[in-house]
Design a binder for this molecule. Structure first.
Ligand code: FAD
Length: 299
């Protein structure tokens, strides 16, 4: 119930204005978002690198309504990749990209070309790009784009959402050698026709997908904060004889930092998803929707 309320709030522009101007928002935002610009994102990336954690930097951009806006997003990524390289933060730092921010709704070819430019910049900087998973209506296009990008940049990663019924099949198709696949539960509200609705069914799907990825030839990126799923992933990595460089854990910035440290201290590769930018409202609401009761109490 609370989750649906916050997910609905993520799409409300009236509430957005209210939350952005509220003084209490600042502290909550700082917990989940690196900062408003690339300078702050680089500073936090450096801090995390010093703690032995990799990052995947993600710009927070609003809906992209024009080719010019999409070009701005693309150029922002190219610039930040150059700065990560100059700062010696690659390959531990990579970037995560949403095709919707690169113009997917205007023209899929345009989004592909923008993504290609970002992948080329990442390649030059000695690092990689992962395509974020968005709502289920974009899954086919996202996978097709990733496969096309992989012809030139084989290490392009793709995110899959365990809550979608199709994802087990997608995992099978994407578990070939070298294929980088991020497995997450899925952050978007989806109808029953395409997605499991109960937490238990989503978890069971996550484990089935994990089994496919861990037993396959690819590079699984296990993106969850769920202690049970983390334990199962650790177990499967041992069972399928994967050494620490052959899979990784991914967690969101600000979520379970003690677990991030524990996993890294245990020798696992750990990458923190690090969002930055001024369009933080929708992202923040999705995080709060996941754990509404963990909001700071009023003093
Ligand atoms: P949840 O079901 O939210 O939580 C399970 C358990 O984890 C909780 O019961 C609790 O024990 C623990 N836990 C969770 N949060 C906290 C907390 N704040 N503090 C303490 N314990 C906690 N979604 C997409 O749709 N597309 C993407 O591309 C995408 N990329 C992602 C990348 C990364 C690195 C991560 C971590 C998530 C990504 N997500 C993405 C979001 C994901 O789909 C989930 O919405 C989100 O991660 C919450 O699911 P969860 O697996 O953490 O489990």
């Amino acid at each position: 119930m609370l989750r649906s309320l916050f997910l609905a709030a993520a799409g409300s522009s009236r509430l957005e204005r209210l939350v952005e101007s509220a003084p209490v928002s600042k502290g909550i935002v700082r917990r989940f978002v690196a900062g408003q610009d690339a300078d702050e994102a680089l500073r936090v990336s450096r801090e995390l690198a010093d703690d032995g954690l990799g990052v995947t930097l993600a710009r927070l951009d609003g809906g992209t309504g024009s080719a010019e806006q999409a070009a701005e997003v693309r150029d922002g990524y190219v610039a930040v990749l150059g700065r990560l390289r100059d700062a010696g933060l690659t390959p531990a730092a990579e970037v995560s990209v949403k095709l919707s921010a690169l113009g997917q709704a205007i023209d899929e070819r345009l989004a592909y070309e923008n993504a290609h430019t970002i992948c080329a910049a990442a390649d030059e900087a000695g690092t990689t790009v992962t395509l974020d998973a968005e709502d289920h209506g974009t899954t086919d296009a996202m996978i097709e784009t990733a496969l096309e990008l992989r012809k030139d940049f084989p290490r392009t990663g793709v995110a899959l959402q365990a809550h979608l019924r199709r994802t087990e099949g997608d995992c099978r198709e994407l578990s070939a050698e070298g294929s980088r696949v991020r497995l997450c539960k899925g952050a978007y509200a989806e109808p029953e026709s395409v997605a499991f609705q109960s937490a238990l069914d989503v978890d069971k799907s996550f484990v089935r997908c994990l089994n496919i990825l861990m037993s396959g030839e690819g590079y699984p990126m296990v993106a969850t904060h769920d202690p049970r799923l983390v334990a199962i992933a650790e177990d499967r990595a041992r069972w399928f004889d994967r050494s620490t460089g052959e899979y990784e854990f991914q967690l969101l910035y600000g979520v379970r930092p003690e677990e991030q440290a524990r996993l890294a201290a245990g020798g696992h590769t750990v990458r923190v998803y690090l969002p930055y930018g001024d369009q933080w409202y929708g992202y923040l609401m999705r995080r709060i929707a996941e754990r509404p009761l963990a909001l700071p109490k009023r003093k």
